[in-house]
Design a protein around this ligand. Structure first.
Ligand code: FAD
Length: 497
């Protein structure tokens, strides 16, 4: 008989784990504290599915190409079910600028650079119903796991879980897919199996509001003002959704207190969106209605847990997958891909060796190889965004020559080159979508030479490649929303004094 696997949590990572392990003949039991989805379709799930275990359930979600490829290649029937439910594929061609379009010829690679997007409730509903039908998989909702059953040893071994009602379920393997609030690491540390972790604040707060197209209305034509962007004091994005729905997410640096308090109000949120031409086109009253409150989410962190420090497993028979293993800033949209990739790496480790210590080492090694480069790049980008947001409020003297050069290289070199040249857009997107190490494309001499060429041409020659004007600077936006543009700077000065 196959091994018995207990999975704590039936969120994204739990579902990907079931998808990865069911075909291997293992018996998979998913335990989740929350109730099952309601009967009915995507609208019922969005409106009524109570998920206290997933605070971000009603925030914008999209699956990067890496994850969509995994679904397409390993679970084609699931991809079809997602599309049948109204989930959307955003294709590479949809992201082209006018400059790109003038010289675009399709490449087979474009078929891989596709994003899957919809309300997260729809994604989860469809994946869950698909998983429930897999042979060997059982889902037990409304089942709270109180603690791990741990057998002492060096290293200790996890032998099952204990539920809130006192029942103990034994297992050959326990997968922790309980998400960012998992308490397994603390329990293991108390049992002498410390799992080292590093982490830091992402420095932003996420705000999402949902909209629905009015009867007969269509989405704005693509190729106009961008519907995503980073203005330093504010990042924004429109997420096309299923069944005539879409959401807008505004991401505000933690230190922008005035702005982040104000955008929790739907009228202010809409006013901020109205000031961004690429978003305003989506939410204009003749086209769409706001259909939700503004959902906020703070306490966002990056966190990396190391299961086998120095190659020595801290614990046996226990595998964290998803956010309980690695958390990242949602801004980059990589969390669900991380969860699915780690579940797949777990399958590979289990299929390669039956030795518990070797399995832990193999899993750790795969996670380091497949996820670490993306994690490190995201953390670096977060640190630089936090510095940028702080400088916008409290400039610390004129920037150095080096930082001016770096800024110019990024804005007048890389960004312009990627907005001009389809080949460079493709190359950079492969990194963004986790199809290769995100640092590689710019290290390739041919790509670097092209970027330097655009940089050397200067702003005038590249004028058509800059983002269209019209997105307000910080001061103009805050004034437009009736907020003080100096209050946060004064607060920072007072705190420093
Ligand atoms: C605001 C926001 C936006 C995001 N946007 C994106 C995006 O666009 N694209 C993307 O790829 N990622 C995105 N992410 C990240 C992504 O949502 C997470 O990485 C992903 O949900 C992690 O899956 P998980 O299964 O580890 O955790 P979760 O999805 O949080 O699931 C954890 C599950 O465990 C259950 N549980 C917890 N404790 C227990 C217990 N003791 N007993 C039983 N059950 C338990 C919960 O009920 C829940 O079902 C976003 C995250 C946030 C916060």
């Amino acid at each position: 008989m196959g091994e018995r696997v207990v999975v704590i949590g039936a969120g994204m990572a739990g579902l990907w784990t079931a998808l990865a392990l069911a075909p291997t003949g293992r018996e998979v039991l998913l335990l989740d504290r929350d109730p099952p989805p309601p009967d009915g379709g995507p609208d019922e799930a969005f409106e009524t599915w109570a998920r206290r275990g997933v605070g971000h359930l009603r925030h914008s979600h999209a699956f990067l190409a890496r994850l969509r490829l995994l679904v397409r290649d390993q679970h084609p029937a699931l991809l079809q079910a997602l599309l049948d439910a109204g989930c959307r594929e955003l294709r590479f061609e949809d992201a082209l600028t006018t400059l790109h379009k003038a010289r675009f010829t399709p490449d087979p690679m474009d078929e891989d650079l596709v994003i899957l997007t919809s309300r997260r409730t729809t994604l989860e509903l469809v994946i869950r119903r698909y998983v429930e039908r897999l042979p060997g998989v059982t889902l037990r909702p409304e089942t709270f796991v109180r603690e791990l059953a741990i057998e002492a040893g060096a290293p200790p071994r996890v032998t099952g879980v204990q539920l809130a009602d006192g029942e103990t379920i034994t297992a050959d393997l326990v997968v922790d897919a309980a998400g960012r609030t998992s308490s397994a690491a603390e329990q293991l540390a108390a049992a002498g199996a410390a799992i080292p972790e590093t982490g830091e604040r992402a420095g932003v707060i996420y705000f999402t509001r949902h909209y629905r197209l009015r009867p007969g209305a269509t989405e704005p034509v693509r190729g106009g003002a961008p519907s995503t962007g980073d203005l330093g004091y504010l990042k924004f994005g429109v997420f096309p959704g299923d069944n005539g729905c879409f959401s807008v997410t505004l991401c505000v640096p933690e230190i922008e207190e005035e702005l982040r308090k104000a955008v929790t109000r739907p009228d202010v949120f809409d006013a901020a969106c109205g000031a961004l031409p690429g978003v305003a086109a989506w939410i204009e009253p003749a086209r769409a209605d706001g259909v939700s409150r503004v959902f906020g989410m703070g306490q966002l962190e990056s966190r990396w847990r190391d299961l086998a420090p120095d190659g020595r497993p801290a614990v046996l028979g226990f595998f964290p997958v998803g956010d309980s293993l690695v958390r990242s800033n949602p801004l980059y949209g990589r969390g669900c891909s991380f969860a699915a990739v780690s579940a797949d790496l777990l399958r590979q480790a289990l299929e390669t060796s039956a030795d518990p210590a070797e399995r832990a080492r193999l899993y750790r090694c795969g996670v380091e190889r497949e996820l670490r480069p993306f994690y490190d790049v995201m953390r670096k980008a977060d640190r630089s965004a936090i510095r940028r947001a702080r400088r916008a409020l409290a400039p610390a003297g004129p920037p150095s020559l080096r930082s001016r050069l770096m800024k110019s290289f990024v804005e007048d070199g890389i960004a312009v080159a990627v907005r001009s040249d389809v080949g460079l857009l493709r190359a950079s997107m492969r990194g963004f979508h986790m199809l290769e190490d995100p640092r590689l494309w710019l290290r390739r001499p041919g790509n670097l030479v092209k970027v330097l060429g655009y940089w050397a041409r200067g702003r005038k020659a590249n004028a058509a490649a800059y983002r269209p004007r019209g997105e307000p600077e910080r001061e103009a936006m805050l004034r437009r929303l009736g907020l003080s543009p100096v209050a946060d700077a004064e607060r920072l000065r007072a705190e420093a004094a």
